[in-house]
Design a protein around this ligand. Sequence first.
Ligand code: GDP
Ligand code: MG
Length: 307
Amino acid sequence: MSDDVQTRAGFVAVVGAPNAGKSTFVNKAVGTKVSIVSPKVQTTRTRVLGIAIEGNAQIVFMDTPGIFEPRRRLDRAMVASAWGSAQDADIIMLMVDTVKGICDDTKRILKGLEKRKAERPKSPAPVLLLNKVDKVDKGRLLEIAAKLAETGLFEDTFMISALNGDGLADVLAYLGERMQIGPWLFPEDQITDMPARLLAAEITREKLYFHLRQELPYATTVETETWENFDDGSIKIEQVIFVERDSQKSIVLGKGGSMIKEIGAQSRKELQQILDTKVHLFLFVKVRDSWGEDPERFSHWGLDYNA
Ligand code: GDP
Ligand code: MG
């Protein structure tokens, strides 16, 4: 942006129950995948920045882990990270899955927002995003909107489909106007603050989530161990999929290695798209007992082990 144009910038936190569509929304707003998405809950493990440009405004979205009742240590750290992002943001947007309605997790978040309002009465009121309008009828939508309006918590409400992009332009225009006047916070072409190695690991984790059933995804984590740029422009990436038990290792490998092969092929394909070059991807599976209690893994994601 040239100096004579007044620029705007700010942080927008997207919070909501698991599976509301927060990551889908942030990816759509940014225009490319910065945060992985899956039909399973608790896919997003840490705060992910997705940077969008709207006219002269730079909108820095903070995608957050879903807010839910924590059970494990990792859960607690994820929920703490989500609330932490909300506290740091200029604008908080609560996303509600209108298919699911006002679930217990959403109720818990409403309580949190009420508390925040009492503690910081001067900070701007949150914005409500009613998502998945492609899946529900008007009647239900209005019913949910009316119930949430009763809370008096929200400045404005938008009805959107993060999946097909309906209503998204209005949200972006609205946020663009509300960003504070000031210099942009990131270089013009930056879309996330996530290092490439971490994003690459996330892409593989996304494929795992699609392939593994039930609870197993939550017992896995992926790390990029080596990253080598070759002279011909291609990249060699070695990643380790950590599981907690031997039995899980054999599931991830699949019969004759068929599962890991499929996961690797899908991840490589997407990495090639994102990195726009040929990728040689090598996946290894290792058992690491209770990585979910390992402080090092938490700092790897920028999570607080003692949350
Ligand atoms: P998050 O946990 O809030 O980040 O949710 P995700 O972005 O990972 O999405 C959870 C699931 O909801 C995925 O299967 C998405 O494809 C789906 N989803 C997200 N937004 C929409 C939407 O607007 N309409 C429909 N039908 N599905 C959506
Ligand atoms: Mg998510």
